[in-house]
Design a protein around this ligand. Structure first.
Ligand code: NAP
Length: 308
């Protein structure tokens, strides 16, 4: 079967750190072009925008949209209208409502729409899901605390409307949580800290629950210095299950169950290849709905200005 001819749109941090190596390691995909307003990549055709790319290159099969969420809907619509398969970086967009129209468009054009929740491909996620299918969870604590200056240097878009602030990484925790628990969860309360000079929260405390009453607390903070946390701790009837380092490690009562090199984006592209072969759609809105509910329900506090 001939490789899927792919164009990357938005050659920024995640495209360079993760997409390029994962694409290079996926023989079923050939990177043929890049569309980015400022960046260039040697060895492939480069364009300033997706419109220019679609106008000038007819023989691409798919695009991976690695731009900030606020511009992705229009890019996805342009790509689907040109009958290209589409991979959306997470979150699939800045609003919940735009996902269904994109799904409808993908179905109409018989193309793939893949909302890629990369954290769900971390090595500890499936073992954690299997464990929780066998054992009862009693409480869950999410700690997603990182230094925005280290992980998102100068990315002003993250604090703009639609950038999600601390939920840009925090939504990864919710994508894992909703994949590993055997029952759906909902937001029951939240407190959001907005810097006085920014439009999106820099920190949040979130309460969630399940129908059966499982209590879940999430602590999200972009101001973390020193040790960084991307962990989900679950007290169960069989011990304390800890998913750490964003899902690279899993332990039970301190005993390691999984400790692997994370290769999330290899999994993302394996899944994309599967989907493209059948023009399949995989566009789960649940993590985005939870974040939207946090914004709807959360009490808002104003905290000190944030400067890079
Ligand atoms: P980034 O470093 O800012 O890269 C995004 C790129 O998109 C920019 O370099 C820019 O390239 C282009 N872009 C920016 N604003 C644009 C606009 N208004 N219109 C068109 N293109 C624009 O951001 P990133 O960290 O790669 O994040 C991109 C997406 O990946 C986000 O949704 C994020 O949640 C997700 N993600 C990020 C990480 C991470 O660790 N950083 C991890 C996983 C997923 P040009 O200036 O050349 O156009």
């Amino acid at each position: 079967m001939s490789p899927i001819r792919l164009a990357l749109v938005g050659l920024g941090k995640i495209a360079r750190d993760q997409h390029l190596p994962a694409i290079a390691a996926t023989p079923e995909i050939e990177l043929v072009a890049v569309a980015s307003r400022n960046a260039r990549l040697a060895g492939v055709d480069c364009f300033r925008s997706i419109e220019e790319l679609l106008a000038e290159v007819s023989d691409i099969d798919a695009v991976a949209l690695c731009t900030p969420p606020i511009v992705r809907r229009e890019q996805a619509m342009a790509a689907l209208a040109a009958r290209k398969h589409v991979l959306l970086e997470k979150p699939p967009g800045p609003t919940v409502g735009e996902l269904n129209p994109l799904v409808a468009m993908a179905k109409r054009e018989n193309r793939t729409l893949f909302a890629a929740w990369h954290s769900r491909f971390a090595p500890a996620v499936e073992p954690a899901r299997a464990f929780l299918a066998r054992h009862r969870a009693r409480s869950v604590t999410i700690l997603w605390q990182e230094d925005v200056r280290v992980w998102h240097p100068g990315q002003d878009w993250i604090f703009e409307p639609g950038g999600l602030g601390v939920f840009d990484p925090g939504i990864n925790a919710l994508s894992i949580l909703s994949a590993i628990l055997p029952e759906p969860v909902f937001v029951s309360g939240a407190k959001l800290d907005f810097p006085a000079n920014r439009q999106a929260p820099i920190a949040a405390e979130v309460e969630l629950a399940s129908i059966s009453g499982l209590p879940i607390h999430g602590s999200f903070d972009f101001r973390q210095s020193g040790e960084q946390f991307w962990s989900i701790e679950i007290e169960t009837d069989a011990g304390r299950l800890v998913l750490a380092f964003g899902g690279a490690r899993l332990s039970l009562d301190g005993e390691p169950l999984v400790d692997e090199q994370e290769e999330e984006y290899r999994g993302v592209y394996r899944r994309f290849v599967e989907l493209v072969r059948t023009s399949g759609i995989d566009a789960d809105a649940v993590p985005l709905c939870l974040v939207a509910d946090v914004f709807m329900l959360g009490r808002r506090s104003v905290v000190e200005d944030f400067m890079w």
